[in-house]
Design a protein around this ligand. Sequence first.
Ligand SMILES: Nc1nc2c(ncn2[C@@H]2O[C@H](COP(=O)(O)OP(=O)(O)O)[C@@H](O)[C@H]2O)c(=O)[nH]1
Ligand SMILES: [Mg+2]
Length: 325
Amino acid sequence: MPANLPPQYFEAEKNFRLAKRPEEKIAALEEMLAIMPKHKGTDHLRAELRGRIAKLTQLATKKSGAHRASMAIEKEGAAQVAVIGLPNAGKSQLVASITNASPTVAEYPFTTQTATPGMMEFENIQIQLIDTPPLVPQSIEWWLRHMLIRADALLVVVDLSDAPLAQMEDITTKLEEIRIVIGERKAEESGTILYQKKALIIGSKLDLDNTSENYTTLHNKYKEQFPVIAISAKEGIGLEELKLKIYQMLDIIRVYTKTPGQKPDFNDPIILKRGSTLEDAAADVHKDFAHKLKYARIWGSGKHDGLMVKRDHTLQDGDVIELHL
Ligand SMILES: Nc1nc2c(ncn2[C@@H]2O[C@H](COP(=O)(O)OP(=O)(O)O)[C@@H](O)[C@H]2O)c(=O)[nH]1
Ligand SMILES: [Mg+2]
């Protein structure tokens, strides 16, 4: 058993042992896989988990005909963000307005029973958004919980035309029931393991009457804990600012590589966690580069153009690097 597995791993493993249906077992295995650190010491275990998932998927597909055994959505682009909220909050309208997907939008609740991914363009990158079913007891299924846990962040959509504070309370309660907390709250207060997720609060339907007062109330209550923003997906208000806020919330940076004497390709950034070093960037380009790296030249973020930097140099959003091996 590799060292340094986080406590959530053992929690997921316990869920796996308790699971009865193959779908639940698959979700637990996917969670274990997502939690496990990726390095040589875990290669073997990760392969084993993938093997088990494949077997169970076959089994489950046989049982349920054409249905997919798992609702897990493969990550695409720079990050995966789940859009959540109560029925009719405007989640599907938002995803339809800022991505290439077209989930059904309707004035009756519970239109969305499955998850629909779509890609949102932000400057030169793509971020994946997932439209999800509403957080109400009858639709919080095992797969939705796992989807939220696996996502890099959550967008909480609150209808500004309808008591936003009550909606927020309802949503945080529902999330805690499935052991997810959002924002800066301590994740292990009650002794049980909670998953802490980054979140951004979106007040929707700003085009409707009296919504700006509701927005002020919502903003004042939550501004210390979350980025809070008001939009109208229908009228296209606040959507560009929203995209920027989503990007900022994700704590990622874009770094560009170049070869000596050539220009970098600004359409193809490397995406790294904020705080990443030159060595992390090299490892992202090629797994052998991390140890072959001697130094790099760097351009950008107020540094002297072409400055030589070492492997532990912390990179900034927009840096251009020329790796020397
Ligand atoms: N006025 C207005 N109505 C909206 C807006 N966004 C969504 N709606 C309406 O709210 C209802 C629910 O929207 P939908 O996106 O299906 O909500 P969901 O259940 O959260 O996915 C529909 O009638 C939408 O037309 C908006 O920005 N402005
Ligand atoms: Mg919907």
